[in-house]
Design a protein around this ligand. Sequence first.
Ligand code: SAM
Length: 249
Amino acid sequence: MRFETLSVFPDLFAPYLETSIMGRAQARGIFEFESYDLRDWTHDRHRTVDDAPFGGGQGMLMKPAPIFEAVRDISKRHPARPHVVFFTPCGRRYDESVAERLSHEERVLLVCGRYEGMDERAYELADERISLGDYVLTGGELAALVVIDSVVRLLPGALGDEMSARDESFSDELLEYAQYTRPSEYEGRGVPEVLLSGDHAAVAAWRRRNAVERTALWRPDLLDGAELTEEERALARAVIESSGEGGAK
Ligand code: SAM
């Protein structure tokens, strides 16, 4: 899979993407990455990418011309047409299902805004607009890193253990169960006995129940999309009723 970014800060990406799991995945050819500097598609001495908004208002907006030229030019540089993503708080909320869908693309171009955002006409180039959540970042570069990281870890071979991406929060619309490691007692805090039992079926049953309870407690909104047995639905209802308003810790 190939990721490309278009940004006025093209050097922000490499330190993260060359480290740890992302670095190893790149070295093993699981994904390729290239960042482009939007200013390379400007034609004035100051390499200007922004201008004041029509109608007045605070701040500057990214001009349409460099973005149009850049996306058209970059698109032609590789045989596969890129799936073009623009980052904006006005986009579709990013979640694991979007990551899963993007992981099947051959080539993804991530266009990062800055300043007060972009001239609206530039979004015509977008196959989709993505928002990380209901807050405002200073730029789209962090959003691009979040997307690349969350998609790459879904690619075959990216994580050492093929099972680990599938077993995590959101993979089945439930949060992940609680996990513990050594020591089995820390300053008087123990771990659930069943996890030390060596009984795999009992461990799996405890984990499933714990995932349902935690999801009901912290993210009851996810339960509508989860496949639960009648017994699990009853458990979730009981947790929600007993937790009350703001009961989650
Ligand atoms: N004026 C814009 C608004 O109110 O919608 C915010 C612009 S923001 C300061 C600059 C850039 O950061 C945006 O163009 C976008 O690329 C990125 N950005 C900010 N918040 C984001 C979010 N929640 N999700 C994705 N990208 C975001």
